[in-house]
Structure formats: structure tokens, C-alpha cells
Write a protein that binds this ligand. Structure first.
Ligand code: PLP
Length: 353
């Protein structure tokens, strides 16, 4: 057994992916469905029938979009489900651990709690622009660590991780644990990670999502990109029939060339707004720092996060406080909206500043 498979939980190593009977092009009298299509079916003729176990057409299109083979991708209900599947495939409750670097995406902790995984925290270096603390991560590693979860650009801090640090940690993890690279915001940093990582590093798993740059948060579509042997382990824990054809239809539309051109333009607007707004936020009296961001949001350090968010709310804008992350108690995360929304927010903040 190779070392990557030996990391998986025993039940998963001994399990198998659910197999459905093949459904050739015959009248479906085998699955207890109703035979009539629905009148308001957004994916015509599909809603009354069970979908395929995996959304096959979408998996192929997403694989091509990210530049990997169809066996190197699992479509999940958001990349959050990808995190859940990885924990369930690799972490035995009350025994195995996940190493991660707060402040980061809250779902790492949340799914860890559900699975009973031990969550080992190695904080980002707040004094160094929230860079990874590679020596501390190496020191914290133990034989029970199955996954090292890294996020770049990181949520909620917005910074890209240093590529040398990432490479150093990925090499350290070889023979020890998987490395999960969460690249939910990669498009806003002009990056397309996936194929490059898994070509050279069989233990790297890259998470991508349709929720952010593709503008489909409600479609709940994520992609786990990894070597085929890891994808096969994920299939053993993923719920069969869970991806709706309505969502598949929506994401397929968004992957058409004309839609992708529109998406490119929208990403360019967000990047422009990020550069334009940083200095304008920095001029507001309560703002003490605007953290450099490569994502579609800005993290602001303020003198009074409650007062700041209250002023925004007064003007009709909802911002995000991060009260539970040590060191970020006075920070506010602002998602970049349309230029009009961003100007409106600034006006509301200036009015009370
Ligand atoms: C938003 C976000 C995701 C995406 O989650 P989905 O379940 O795909 O909507 C993943 N990782 C990070 C760090 C995020 O901020």
C-alpha cells in the first residue's frame, strides 16, 4: 500500500464507492420515479429522475477548466463539502489531527469538530503580514497529523502565502500527511492552481469553488483536485446522488466561453476596486490599517469595530466582524461590491467618521 492511501481511515481503505446500476437509454422503470417531467424544470426533463452519482458532464467541464484529467477531480457541494469529505476520509475521530493556521476559514474548525478531528493551531504571523510560520508548523507536526490545511489567498486576511513557504511545507509533508491548498480566491490573484501542484506533488489536494469568482455561491459547487487515488478515496465517503442537475445546469452555463469572458471582466472590476478602495479606506479616521489583499475583500484594522460596522449598517451595508479570532477583534472584513455600492459604503462611513 502506498503511503498516501495508508493515511486514510481504515474503514475508508476497506470501503468502496457506492455503485449505481448503469442506466442505458431505456425507459426508466427501475428507480421508482414518476415518469412525467415537471412544468417548471430549469434543467428540462431531468428533475423527475435521479441524477448520476456524480455530475459527469460537469466534472469533465470543470476538469478541463482547471486543466486536469476527469479522474483528478471530484465535484462537491461547495468546496466546504470537499473539506468535510477529506476529514471523513482521513481523520479517525479522537485520534487523528489537522494542522491549520488561524485566522483562516471558519469551516476548517467547524467540520473538524463534527468529525472529532483534533485541530492543531499554528497561527499565521500577524507581525509579518499573516505569513505562514513554517518552522512552527514543522515543530507542531506529529504522527497523527493527516492533513495540513493552507489557504491562499487567505480568508479573512486576504494575503497570498509566500510560494517558497508553500513549497517548503509541501516538501516537508511528503511521506507524512496530505496538504490541502484552499484556493477559493485564486482568480482574484491571477492564479489557476491545480494541475501544476498535483503534477509534482502526489499528496497535494487543491480546493477550488464556483462560489466566488464564478459568481455561483447558491449553486453549491466546489472541486477537489488531486491525484486519482485520492479522488477514489473521496468517492468512498461522498453522498451518492447529492448534486442537483439544476445546479449542474447553472454551472455548465457559467463555464461557456461567453460567460467566462463576462466573469473575466467582473474579476477585473473587483481587482480595480480593491486597488481604488484601499487608500480611500485608509483615509477614514477610525481605520488604522488596510491589509494588502489579493482576494475580493479587504481586511481593515479599526479603532472601534462595533462603531465602524454600526455606521455601515446605518447606511444599509452589512460588513463582517471577526470577534472570535485572536488578534482580529478590532478588524472588519469588507467584501468588494459594485463600484456604486463601494462608493455608497464610503459615503456612509464618512458621514459618521
Ligand atoms: C468562501 C470560501 C470557500 C468556498 O466555500 P464553498 O463551500 O465552495 O462555497 C472555501 N474556502 C474559503 C477559504 C472560502 O473563503
Amino acid at each position: 500500500m502506498n503511503w498516501i492511501i495508508s493515511l486514510a481511515r481504515e474503514a475508508v481503505r476497506n470501503g468502496r464507492a457506492y455503485k449505481a446500476p448503469t442506466t442505458p437509454n431505456l425507459a426508466r422503470l427501475h428507480a421508482n420515479e414518476l415518469p412525467w417531467p415537471q412544468d417548471h424544470d430549469p434543467a428540462p426533463g431531468q428533475l423527475n429522475f435521479y441524477p448520476l452519482l456524480q455530475p459527469q458532464a460537469l466534472a469533465e467541464k470543470m476538469a478541463a477548466h482547471y486543466g486536469v484529467g476527469p479522474g483528478e477531480i471530484a465535484i462537491t457541494r461547495g468546496s466546504s463539502e470537499g473539506i468535510d469529505c477529506l476529514y471523513r476520509a482521513f481523520c479517525e475521530a479522537n485520534r487523528d489531527a489537522v494542522l491549520f493556521c488561524p485566522p483562516s476559514f471558519e469551516m476548517y474548525r467547524w467540520y473538524g469538530h463534527v468529525q472529532g478531528a483534533k485541530m492543531i493551531e499554528v497561527p499565521l504571523r500577524a507581525d509579518a503580514g499573516f505569513a505562514l510560520d513554517a518552522p512552527a508548523l514543522k515543530a507542531a507536526w506529529s504522527g497523527n497529523v493527516k492533513l495540513l490545511a493552507l489557504c491562499s489567498p487567505n480568508n479573512p486576511t486576504g494575503n497570498l502565502m509566500d510560494p517558497d513557504d508553500l513549497l517548503d511545507l509541501v516538501e516537508f509533508a511528503r511521506g507524512r500527511s496530505l496538504v490541502v491548498l484552499d484556493a477559493a480566491y485564486a482568480e482574484f490573484a491571477g492564479q489557476n492552481p491545480g494541475a501544476d501542484w498535483i503534477a509534482d506533488h502526489p499528496h497535494v489536494v487543491v480546493l477550488r469553488t464556483a462560489s466566488k469568482a464564478l459568481g455561483l455561491a447558491a449553486a453549491r459547487c466546489g472541486a477537489v483536485i488531486a491525484r486519482a487515488e485520492i479522488i477514489e478515496l473521496i468517492r468512498r465517503v461522498q453522498s451518492p446522488y447529492s448534486f442537483s442537475p439544476v445546479c449542474e445546469h447553472a454551472v455548465l452555463q457559467a463555464l461557456k466561453p461567453e460567460s467566462l469572458r463576462k466573469t473575466e471582466k467582473r474579476i477585473a472590476i473587483i481587482v480595480r476596486e480593491r486597488e481604488r478602495l484601499g487608500p480611500l479606506f485608509a483615509e477614514l479616521p477610525p481605520v488604522q490599517a488596510v491589509h494588502p489583499s489579493q482576494a475580493n475583500f479587504l481586511l481593515l484594522k479599526t479603532a472601534d469595530a462595533d462603531g465602524f460596522t454600526a455606521a455601515a449598517r446605518e447606511g444599509g451595508y452589512l460588513l463582517r466582524r471577526i470577534p472570535d479570532e485572536p488578534g482580529l477583534e478590532s478588524c472588519v472584513r469588507v467584501t468588494l461590491g459594485t463600484p456604486e455600492q463601494n462608493d455608497g459604503l464610503l459615503a456612509a462611513l464618512r458621514a459618521t467618521a
